[in-house]
Design a binder for this molecule. Structure first.
Ligand code: NAD
Length: 371
């Protein structure tokens, strides 16, 4: 277990502080019961940072993020900051700068269906019961960043919009290695998705993933799939997948598709990882997939599970505390199985509860599981 457990907390805006408070309670619980202590620093990001400092991420907070072993983020944004005079003063700009400066190139989005929420999905229970897949999306390259880009006026009076899909060997290899490493700790299977049939960048992707697999990961089962077929297969038979690795654009779409099979935004965690240092440690940011939900902010209504499950990912991927991650995930699962529901996942016959009561119930369950 690494001795240093420096965690930067960035609650952000809207429901961010409310859901992050529940993570704090779990950290305090771990300190008390498990004698696992985190060195937690808290900072501002997004609208909260704009209000306090005139910028969505100060250099000092960025320095804290770079010095931390992991960053836990709530959410940013809200109507108050929706129309900034300066584009760089959007709350999201703070998050984007954080991702860029930390070099977070691999976005991990699990799609897990808890038995208790099997009916929340729009898919048939037999298709998604027990689903547990991980999508690894390349986050810093590809068509969202490639040059040339822009909108230009043509001599004939038309306009032309251009974006460029571009990947290099090293960009492909580093994200594929994250996928292979993850697969080794799961069911040892990777599906790599691209469009090698119609895109040269996809062909290179396929060649480089194959080469890396032969060189370093031949113990892992590798299959290639065209991304459009992948989108269909995800709906038809999602349980055939373990880890899926894909580029930025396809990953954006496929991870949302996979996530929504689980039914609720309030349940979806994520992690973004950077390059490994000499000790194998990576810069990392953990955050729920949902936004700041201004419509319910400050009302103790938000579902804290996505953020708690993001913290479980931090325990697993940044702190090597796999057993604690499993215990926290099990506690969430058991509380849901017991019928406790925040409004977003409410179903007939279940007990509706607040953010705080959901947190109370998860802490009680943690007590039970660790006694
Ligand atoms: P949103 O995810 O904030 O909310 C969408 C809907 O889901 C809302 O009805 C909301 O009440 C509900 N919801 C979301 N999370 C929930 C939770 N934990 N518990 C219960 N209900 C939940 O998306 P939006 O409304 O499109 O955006 C609101 C603000 O959040 C915007 O300013 C947007 O830019 C920002 N945003 C931030 C992030 C981020 O910080 N990573 C991501 C998406 C959106």
């Amino acid at each position: 277990m690494p001795a240093n457990k420096k965690l930067l907390f960035l609650p952000g805006d809207g429901i961010g502080p409310e859901v992050m408070r529940q993570v704090r309670r779990v950290i305090d619980w771990m300190d008390r019961k498990r004698k696992v202590t985190f060195d937690v620093t808290e900072g501002l990001v997004g609208g909260a940072a704009i209000d306090a400092h005139g910028t969505p991420l100060t250099d000092a907070t960025l320095a804290d993020a770079l010095a931390a072993d992991a960053v836990m983020l709530g959410a940013v944004g809200g109507p108050k900051w929706d129309n900034p005079s300066d584009y760089m003063k959007r709350p999201e700009a703070g998050l984007l700068r954080l991702r860029k400066e930390l070099g977070l190139f691999a976005n991990l989005r699990p799609a897990t269906v808890f038995d208790a929420l099997v009916d929340a999905s729009t898919l048939k229970p037999e298709i998604i019961k027990g689903l547990d897949i991980m999508i690894v999306r390349e986050l810093t390259g590809g068509v969202y960043f490639g040059e040339p880009r822009g909108i230009e006026d043509l001599p004939n009076g038309e306009r032309r919009g251009v974006n460029t899909q571009v990947y290099t060997t090293s960009e492909i290899r580093r994200v594929a290695s994250v996928a292979f490493e993850l697969a080794r700790k799961r069911s040892n299977k990777v599906h790599s998705m691209e469009k090698a049939n119609v895109m040269e960048s996809g062909l290179l992707w396929r060649q480089e993933v194959t080469k890396l697999h032969q060189e370093q990961y031949s113990d892992v089962t590798l299959e290639h799939m065209y991304a459009d077929n992948g989108a269909m297969q995800l709906l038809k038979n999602p349980k055939q997948f373990d880890v899926i690795v894909t580029d930025n654009l396809f990953g954006d779409i496929l991870s949302d598709e996979a996530a929504m099979m689980t039914g609720s935004l309030g349940m979806l965690p994520s992690a973004s990882l950077g390059a490994a240092d000499a000790n194998g440690n990576r810069k990392a940011l953990y955050e729920p997939v949902h936004g700041s939900a201004p419509d319910i902010a400050g009302k103790d209504l938000a579902n804290p599970c996505a953020t708690l499950l993001s913290f479980a990912m931090a325990l697993r991927y940044s702190f090597n505390l796999d057993d604690d991650a499993k215990t926290l995930e099990k506690a969430v699962q058991n509380v849901l199985a017991g019928g406790m529901r925040t409004a977003d996942i409410m179903a007939p016959g279940m007990a509706r509860c607040s953010t705080t009561v959901m947190g109370d119930s998860i802490l009680r369950e943690l007590d039970k599981l660790s006694s």
